[in-house]
Design a protein around this ligand. Structure first.
Ligand SMILES: Cc1ncc(COP(=O)(O)O)c(C=O)c1O
Length: 396
């Protein structure tokens, strides 16, 4: 056989090559058979698998302490793959109100397919047994949650889920594997919007699902059927992002903590939601299940009205007004007007988000730059009634 054109003398490229091929020439019927039987990792068609993407899957699996990981086209693609892989008509699914807004849309589709859904509050997690039914097949949660960074005790939830053999799925996008490894806490499956901190540079969309090899095989079946396989170029960008992931995650978290502490002392901020603050209701559980800090995202209420929050954002100079999170740049948005916009009004406020709640994703800038920017903007804000002490944040 002729030498591999990439490594004719054995010198390997320092980065995983981007393989854009849709299809691959079969070297033999035997090898084709072994690949299609899943005995060896090989490549036949992009919708099945791609070598660039596969290399990144292995890296994310290692980061999450998983046997394997499967990548797909977005975080929401990962969520729908999980739902469609494990749920059938007649099954019961428990969802938390405190979850990325697009799940609301997905829930409408799932209900149309005959899946019974119960929405509960994070404050109800300790009594989840009251909501579990004999046909509960899955509990899906985010911790910290989007956007109020509420914390759910993963170990406790798993103890209840296993009573009926339900799968516990944890979206680890806000925490990232740098701060939390849900599989080690009992979760069955971990989901990521890899668009966020794993990628980290606002330049790719991807979803990741990590778990056992058995779950990988099941999810692979769904991805192959649906065609949600990640493209090689995005896979390569994601691999590049992972190289700096640890130091970015550390800096994002220390910036978020510094900003949360600063805001919690500020008279124009009435509530701060960040599990790293001792005043936060999730702090004690977060200390038990998170490590190296509490993640790069926080939320806070500015002044008294949405106009106050808008004015605050409009005056920022270094922090960008944009959705998404986990990137090198710090980003702010008003969830009420963005990620939750398409929900019915009553659902937007049911879990504690207010019209003047701002979500901030800390980037990797110098901490002083961010605090000074926030300070100069808050200095310009004229609010009628200034609060005297920070309101403890009670979970809805
Ligand atoms: C916690 C969380 N999960 C899932 C998603 C969906 O990810 P994507 O935008 O990559 O589809 C998001 C998006 O913001 C998110 O914040």
């Amino acid at each position: 056989m002729s030498a591999d054109p990439l490594t004719p003398y054995g010198n390997k490229p320092m980065v995983t090559p981007i393989v854009n091929a849709v299809n691959y020439q079969y070297c033999s019927f035997d090898v084709l058979r072994q690949i299609t039987d899943g005995q060896i990792d090989g490549y036949t068609y992009h919708r099945d698998d791609n070598p660039t993407v596969r290399a990144v899957e292995k890296k994310i699996a290692a980061m999450e302490g998983a046997e394997d990981c499967i990548l797909c086209t977005s975080g929401m693609a990962a969520c729908i793959m999980v739902y469609l892989t494990y749920l059938s008509a007649g099954d019961h699914l428990i969802l938390f109100h405190d979850i990325y807004g697009a799940h609301y849309k997905l829930s409408l589709i799932l209900e149309r397919l005959g899946i019974d859904i119960t929405w509960i509050h994070v404050s109800q997690a300790p009594v989840i047994q009251n909501f579990i039914k004999p046909n509960t097949r899955m509990i899906f949660c985010e911790t910290p949650s989007n956007p109020l960074c509420k914390i759910i005790d993963i170990r406790a939830l798993k103890n209840e889920a296993k009573m009926v053999g339900a799968l516990l799925v944890v979206d680890n996008t806000f925490a990232t594997p740098y701060h939390q490894k849900p599989l080690s806490l009992g979760a069955d499956i971990v989901v990521h919007s890899a668009t966020k901190a794993l990628g980290g540079h606002n330049d790719l969309m991807a979803g990741a699902i990590a778990g056992s090899r058995t779950e990988y095989d099941r999810l692979w079946f769904t991805r192959q059927a649906m065609g949600t396989t990640l493209d090689a170029y995005s896979g390569s960008l994601l691999e590049r992002g992972l190289k700096t992931f640890d130091i970015r995650a550390e800096k994002m978290a220390s910036n978020a903590m510094a900003i949360a502490e600063y805001l919690s002392q500020h008279s124009k901020i009435s509530r701060v939601y960040y599990p790293g603050l001792m005043i936060d209701q999730g702090n004690s559980v977060a200390l038990r299940q998170m490590e190296n800090g509490f993640g790069g995202v926080l939320a806070f209420d500015v002044g008294n009205t949405q106009e106050d929050a808008k004015k605050f954002i409009s005056e920022l100079k270094s922090i960008f007004h944009a959705v998404s999170l986990g990137s090198t740049e710090s980003l702010v948005c008003i969830p009420y007007l963005t990620t939750l916009l398409y929900m019915p009004e009553e659902r937007r406020i049911v879990f504690g988000v207010r019209e003047n709640t701002v979500r901030l994703s800390a980037g990797i800038e110098k901490t002083d730059l961010l605090i000074n920017d926030i300070e100069q903007s808050l200095n310009k804000l004229m609010i009628t009634e200034e609060k005297k002490t920070l309101q403890p944040f009670e979970y809805a």
